[in-house]
Design a protein around this ligand. Structure first.
Ligand SMILES: Cc1cc2nc3c(=O)[nH]c(=O)nc-3n(C[C@H](O)[C@H](O)[C@H](O)COP(=O)(O)O)c2cc1C
Length: 266
């Protein structure tokens, strides 16, 4: 096994996880390790190279993470001891996602060498002022650097934290997969504000599930394949896609929209 190469698979809705991943990538590379970054939403689990160390990074969502992240992890090929680590970013508390994830990867033949949860600014509900967020990002990136160094020096750990109950996990995953239920759609389906939208199409290009369509010069419309990652609302230059849960219509983005559009060339 070549531990000089890490294949780092990540998903980021609004940029926090992307910043953490880039910081870790830089730290690994300063220590002579080659890092290949892969977007989870553009990757096929079958193509994962089991001779490399695998990294997984994602945001916490509803105490768990996004269905597209779970789908990827659950489809990873069976391994024979490939080292794997995880890092998630979160606004406050995760509900112990580290536990179920360890169970899944261990049972699938991976060797779990490190898990870390990193506090970053919240991108939903009470979004804070720029200065507070900047300080949080800085602290988060310091934690990311330290964690990467611990992985390099084989000091990181993937603790045996209590397993999040299957019921909570199912609830979280269900919440983030839109159904035909009226209340569910009322709460979660995004609707474009036609008075503000200028039909630029950024939301269409940026959506990880290709859930937004503009047909024949009309306004963008969201389908039911939304996982509520907030990319569309956070990166809309006209603030034309309101998120019902955000206080006073504030949005949060850790990077510019173009970072996501050019993500293959990171
Ligand atoms: C739908 C949704 C649910 C979230 N649920 C949680 C949560 O349960 N616990 C938490 O600490 N943060 C939660 N957050 C905040 C994010 O985990 C946090 O801001 C994260 O760093 C965002 O990462 P990203 O910018 O890479 O998408 C949630 C965010 C969204 C959009």
């Amino acid at each position: 096994m070549d531990l000089k190469i890490i294949d780092f698979y990540f998903f980021s809705g609004t940029g926090n996880t992307l910043l953490v991943v880039k910081k870790m990538r830089d730290t690994f590379e300063e220590n002579g390790i080659t890092v290949n970054l892969h977007k989870i939403e553009g990757s096929t689990p079958d193509e994962v190279n089991l001779d490399h160390m695998i990294g997984l990074a994602f945001p916490v969502a509803v105490f768990s993470t996004y269905p597209l992240v779970w789908d990827f992890i659950e489809s990873l090929p069976r391994a024979g001891g490939t080292k794997i680590f995880m890092v998630d970013t979160l606004g406050s508390t995760s509900g112990g996602i580290v536990g179920p994830l360890r169970k899944i990867v261990s049972e699938n033949g991976y060797n779990p060498v490190g898990a870390m949860e990193i506090q970053m600014p919240s991108n939903i509900f009470f979004i804070q002022d720029e200065k507070t967020n900047k300080n949080k990002v800085q602290k988060g990136l310091e934690a990311a650097e330290k964690y990467a160094l611990d992985l390099v020096n084989e000091k990181a750990e993937w603790g045996r934290v209590p397993i999040l109950s299957d019921a909570v996990n199912l609830f979280s995953r269900g919440t983030l997969k839109l159904t035909g239920v009226d209340l569910h759609q009322k709460l979660f389906l995004f609707k474009v504000n036609k008075e503000k939208c200028n039909k630029c199409g950024i939301c269409v290009g940026i959506c990880p599930t290709r859930n937004i369509k503009i047909d024949g010069g009309n306004y963008p419309v969201h389908g039911l394949n939304c996982q509520y990652c907030l990319r569309c609302t956070s990166f809309c230059p006209k603030r034309a896609i309101p998120c019902k849960f955000n206080y006073k219509g504030k949005t949060y983005a850790a990077v510019k929209a173009k970072e996501f559009l050019k993500i293959r060339n990171l």
